[in-house]
Design a protein around this ligand. Structure first.
Ligand code: DGJ
Length: 509
């Protein structure tokens, strides 16, 4: 058995698994869905329906090491076996010292010994339900447990490579205060800042406002702590590791996301403004990621792709398939995972399965070394139309017409890729109107092929039909519908619902 090196790595802006670029078409389970073997089996019913190739699932420190120094691998082993049997890869989420800013996943022997494992405090001295990041004993206990987990993964998984990445902690940062005010934190606050902040002689000088300086202070110390945990894990088994962020924003109207001030969102977590600090202070982390529940994922994830070279979205909404296409559109995208898949209704799982089948077929293009130009669009009531230029043509894109003839249009979305052979489109409920780039003359469809993978399990794309006539509006449009539309009045029409169209264009001189 080879146990030399993991079978996954991040290199050249790609996630490499078994020697080839891998694109994570993932799903994340609910927080408690990998807590027992039964919960795992129950959750897998939805995993299978979703068509995902990767599952993100928590491993709780409390369950992994219920007694200090004695680990309980049965649930982790079941998780790995379940994924292996289903043909999925795994991303383990290490719920160690913190999960969403608090320490609810620490073992009882940690939680109940606050002398040995001190907690953070707010400015009034009130104890917060979170381990203090300034206590070495806290970091060492977490690091030891995590290293044991990674050593175990190595022993049971080196040959298979089912576990391809690990998220270290979950949405870290102080909630309820802009920084920790406990005694060790006070000492650290009075010490000079590290070289990274050159030019600042004290922590209060590292930003214009005190609250922002406190956030930088916490970011540096969280990053050092998490890096200590990650380094211990990597010494045991160096699969790619990342951190995730509870994003700051004023658009998330949700107690579990958003907030504009440090402490409303976890202070010190890897939010976009803190990415420089995290990169400098946590060299063992391969990249940082955003959890995105509001706004457009491509826009909100961009700073992460710029900072880390790759873009991965471990949590996003499961009810907006158009956002999967937006997530996939960044050249550095290595994948995404809607959260809470195991409570999704069947219609959401169906939409996810369809989208993932389309994206899977595009993976060779999405991960090619010469990344072809692409545009992803997501049309809804607020943004019903879009115009963009690609491959020397202009496109007006709108939602497919309403078969019932009245409102409530479904979201339209898609990913259009330009390559040397022409264009490839995947998506749902969209109509593309091509134009010459000056928007003066319409582009006409030269050829449009409807493609599908060769077998139900995937494989090369093969022709299903050559589309013309009604299916391309007489050569004037490219259309993918969610379902076959009933037609115009008494005249039935047919459209592509398989969702991958390869087409070329021409125009009058
Ligand atoms: C973000 C967390 O990271 C997840 O674990 C989960 O709790 C969701 N929020 C739920 O809102």
């Amino acid at each position: 058995m080879t146990v030399g090196a993991p079978r996954s790595a991040v290199a050249d802006g790609k996630l490499i698994v078994d020697g080839a670029a891998f694109f994570v078409l993932g799903v994340e389970l609910h927080n408690s869905s990998s807590s027992t073997t039964k919960a795992i089996d129950d959750a897998w019913i939805s995993v299978e329906k979703s068509g995902a190739n990767t599952v993100l699932a928590p491993v709780s420190w409390a369950q992994w090491e219920p007694v200090e120094g004695a680990v309980e691998p049965a649930v982790v082993d079941h998780l790995i076996a379940r994924a292996r049997a289903g043909g999925q890869r795994l991303v383990l989420l290490w719920f160690g010292s913190w999960k969403n800013g608090v320490s609810s996943y620490c073992p009882t022997w940690v939680k109940t010994d606050q002398q040995r494992f001190p907690l953070a405090q707010d400015s009034a001295g009130k104890v917060l339900p979170a381990l203090s990041v300034f206590v070495r004993e806290n970091a060492d206990a977490d690091a030891e447990a995590f290293a044991a987990l990674m050593a175990h993964v190595r022993s049971v998984d080196a040959e298979h490579g089912t576990v391809i990445m690990v998220q270290v902690e979950n949405e870290v940062g102080v909630l309820g205060a802009s920084r920790d005010y406990g005694p060790l934190s006070e000492q650290a606050w009075l010490a000079p800042p590290p070289e990274y902040f050159r030019g600042s002689e004290s922590w209060s000088q590292v930003a214009d406002e005190t609250v922002r300086a406190e956030e930088c202070f916490m970011a540096w110390h969280y990053a050092r702590y998490v890096d200590h945990v990650a380094a211990a894990g990597k010494r045991a088994w160096p699969v790619p590791m990342f951190v995730n962020a509870w994003l700051d924003s004023d658009i998330d109207a949700n107690p579990m996301a958003g907030g504009t001030m440090p402490g409303e969102y976890p202070s010190g977590g890897p939010v976009p403004r803190m990415l420089g600090i995290w990169t400098a202070a946590a060299p063992h982390m391969d990249f940082a990621t955003p959890d995105i529940y509001a706004g457009d994922v491509a826009d909100r994830a961009r700073p992460y792709a710029e900072a880390g070279g790759v873009q991965f979205i471990p949590e996003m909404r499961r009810d907006r398939p158009g956002q999967l296409f937006r997530a996939a559109s960044h050249p550095g995208s290595i994948g995404m995972a809607p959260f809470g898949i195991d409570s999704a209704p069947d219609h959401e799982l169906d939409a996810l399965r369809r989208s993932y089948a389309q994206l899977e077929a595009l993976v060779p293009r999405l991960t090619a070394s010469e990344r072809p130009d692409r545009v992803a669009f997501h049309l809804d009531d607020d943004h019903p139309m879009q115009t963009f230029d690609l491959g020397g043509w202009r496109f007006d894109v709108e939602r497919d017409f309403d078969p019932q003839g009245e409102g409530n249009l479904p979201d339209g979305y898609g990913l259009l890729i330009a390559d040397s052979a022409g264009f490839v489109l995947a998506g749902s409920s969209v109509v593309l109107h091509p134009w010459t780039e000056d928007h003066r003359n319409p582009g006409w469809v030269l050829e449009c092929r409807e493609l599908a993978p060769a077998t139900a399990d995937g494989g090369d794309l093969v022709d299903v039909r050559i589309l013309n006539g009604d299916e391309t509006g007489g050569g004037r449009l490219i259309r993918i519908t969610r379902e076959n539309p009933p037609g115009f009045g008494p005249v039935p029409i047919s459209a592509s619902t398989a969702g991958i169209l390869a087409f070329t264009l021409y125009a009058a001189d």
